[in-house]
Design a protein around this ligand. Structure first.
Ligand code: ADP
Ligand code: MG
Length: 634
């Protein structure tokens, strides 16, 4: 045992304590994954060393053969992992093994329900990493020394996984980390060569560097050699460099968990080798679920970049547009220089052409998924649909392709399910229909009964129902699909084109003529509140409706802007009335101008309410309505 100096005891960050507690109590069903996590960290550490050594070869200290060794001691009931990667300094050990650096950790922990089964899944999503050692160990010792520091600057980190940990400075001759797990009583199955070999084959076969176990000497337990012979148990070649047809699905899945730091399987993946002017290999995954920080600005995004098999950087986000930020995976380029930096990445024209090829690859992969397995695609849509909706605004060149991947609720879909593709909609269009109709609003419950849909219901025309916050903004970029224009049914003077027969149109004109007088009276009564008054041909059941001016902001956008404290340009609605409604007939026949005005205002306010808007003067509405009610009962 070496000498320990500057020993101190430090408390874990609160989040770590919570995490440790939850993990120890909820990961009991799949304990063996701790080994995958520790091996994954060792592999990351050797990647980092190889990268830093590009600029500073002396970091390798003469030992360039990178590997991981796993050994065990049955008597002491310990399991040891040793790597010769980058290692940690004392400060790094404190920071990396005492806190959780991930953004949104406390938000995440707040979301835990207390139901262990559900939470274990969530924790899986979060990625438990190093702390998973405490699932099987009641004490963990980490001996480490960062490459480039002197042997005297080693660190010993130790904890029992409760409130605190100890650190001390030690002498450590070899760079890298040695992690000793003191297995809990009953976890001695992990101090077993056969068991360990199986776990490594199962989870870590794809790890690109050798993972070694001591060679078993059958039946000679007593006279084991003092220095064991080592044997590589994994395949030890970078997965993406192997031919596709030789890689099993399970291998792709395990590799995904390693690169994406995810516990669950990916939804699908695409593995391609590109040759020709540019040479690179890409392995792109669609995760099975959205990470909890998908909408956080500093959430991790992008791919792992390798150049000629050497790890260069994590989160290389220059290779995909932002709306595909959920894609995980690896790119290995033969063209980029080994000392490429983020700044150069941003300017290199090679990156641009890779980006557009990779974008297309992802969109194709999603298209294929949607076609081959619509049910799974629906699951994808639930997780990532909102992000994909950012696409048409960001990526003009692929607008049509992205639009094809969007899914909507419609008057034909069940209970607000976003399951209608634009192609489905077009296939169901009525004869004479050449527009894609949509209505946007706050919620499905609000739009599904909107008076704006009345004429469409009557004619059996499908209308898309857009109720996500981003939708109105999306529709300002999405003007057509497959040559058909989108039409907001709440906007402007609804023209149903060929869907209205010649007779319909003639009848409409006649009614408009006949009601000119009523239009004038309403204009006077409603005054400044309206931009226009006209006879409606979108209503069958409701007396009146408010339409948005062709160029005006929609309600959703207005509400978003108002909520963010911005000044919203003033716009007045168009008041449309249903000439056949008994209330309108009554109104038309009302000789008393004051009662006429009251009734008009009530109709106007009701139309605003039905559209999901709030009233400018709710008290006036109530007063007018009460006045009418009193007269009624008198
Ligand atoms: P993650 O791997 O997602 O970053 P972990 O909890 O698995 O999270 O690990 C936390 C951090 O501890 C790592 O990011 C790394 O900085 C450090 N670390 C863990 N294991 C090692 C190791 N074997 N060598 C060097 N650093 C390590
Ligand atoms: Mg890790």
């Amino acid at each position: 045992m070496s000498v320990e100096t500057q020993k101190e005891t430090l408390g874990f960050q609160t989040e770590v304590k919570q995490m440790l507690h939850l993990m120890i109590h909820s990961m009991y069903s799949n304990k063996e994954i701790f080994l995958r996590e520790l091996i994954s960290n060792a592999s990351d550490a050797t990647d980092k060393l190889r990268f830093e050594a590009l600029a500073k070869p002396e970091l390798l200290e003469g030992g360039a053969e990178l590997k991981i060794r796993v050994s065990f001691d049955k008597k002491a009931n310990t399991l040891t992992l040793e790597d010769n990667g980058i290692g940690m300094s004392r400060e790094e050990a404190i920071a990396h093994l005492g806190t959780i650096a991930k953004s949104g950790t406390s938000d995440f922990l707040k979301n835990l329900s207390g139901d262990q089964k559900k939470d274990s899944h969530l924790i899986g999503q979060f990625g438990v990493g190093f702390y998973s050692a405490f699932i099987v160990a009641d004490k963990v010792d980490v001996f480490s020394r960062r490459a480039g520091l002197t042997a005297a600057e080693g660190v010993h980190w130790s904890s029992q996984g409760e409130g605190d940990f100890e650190v001390a400075t030690i002498e450590k001759a070899e760079r890298g980390s040695r992690i000793v797990l003191h297995l809990k009583k009953g976890e001695d199955e992990f101090a077993d060569g056969w068991r360990l070999r199986n776990i490594i084959k199962k989870y870590s076969d794809h790890i690109a560097l050798p993972i070694e176990l001591p060679k078993e000497h059958q039946g000679e337990e007593a006279d084991k050699p003092a220095e064991p012979e080592w044997e590589t148990v994994n395949r030890a070649s970078a997965l993406w460099t192997r031919p596709r047809n030789e890689i099993k699905d399970e291998e792709y899945q395990e590799f995904y968990k390693h690169v994406a730091h995810d516990f669950d399987n990916p939804l699908t993946w695409s593995h391609n080798k590109v040759e020709g002017k540019l040479e690179y290999t890409s392995l792109l995954y669609v995760p099975g679920r959205a990470p909890f920080d998908l909408y956080q600005r500093d959430a991790s995004k992008g791919l792992k970049l390798y150049v000629q098999r050497v790890f260069i950087m994590d989160q290389a986000d220059e290779f995909l547009p932002l709306y595909l930020r959920f894609i995980k995976g690896v790119i290995d380029s033969n063209d980029l220089s080994l000392n490429i930096s983020r700044e150069i990445l941003q300017k290199d024209p090679v990156i641009d052409s890779m980006k557009s090829a990779l974008t297309k690859r992802v969109l194709d992969m999603l298209e294929k998924q949607a076609k081959n397995d619509p049910e799974q695609y629906q699951a994808f849509w639930k997780n990532f649909g909102q992000v994909l909706k950012e696409g048409p605004a960001e990526d003009f060149a692929n607008k049509e392709k992205i639009a094809g991947l969007l899914r909507f609720a419609s008057t034909s879909s069940e209970a607000g399910d976003q399951s209608v593709a634009l192609a489905d909609y077009i296939a169901r269009m009525k004869e004479g229909q050449d527009k894609i109709y949509y209505l946007s609003g706050e919620s499905y419950a609000q739009v599904k009964n909107s008076p704006h849909l009345e004429v469409f219901r009557k004619k059996g025309i499908e209308v898309l129902l857009l109720t996500d916050r981003i939708d109105e903004w999306l529709m300002s970029y999405l003007t057509e699909f497959d040559g058909k224009h989108f039409v907001d049914v709440a906007r402007g003077d609804l023209d149903l084109g060929k869907l209205d027969s010649e007779e319909d149109k003639q009848a409409q004109e006649e009614v408009a003529k006949a009601k000119e007088g009523l239009v004038e009276r309403l204009k006077t009564a409603l005054g400044e509140q309206v931009a226009e008054v006209r006879v409606s041909h979108r209503l069958t059941d409701s007396p009146a409706i408010l339409a948005i001016g062709e160029q005006d902001l929609g309600l959703q956008m207005r509400q978003i802007l108002e909520a963010s404290g911005q000044k919203v340009p003033e716009s007045k609605p168009i008041f449309e009335f249903n000439p056949n409604h008994p209330l309108i007939e009554k109104l038309d026949a009302e000789p008393d101008e004051e009662r006429f005005a009251d009734l008009s205002h009530i109709l106007f306010d009701q139309a605003a309410l039905a559209a999901g808007d709030s009233l400018k003067d709710p008290a006036a509405y109530v007063q007018r309505l009460n006045k009418l009610l009193v007269e009624l009962s008198a």
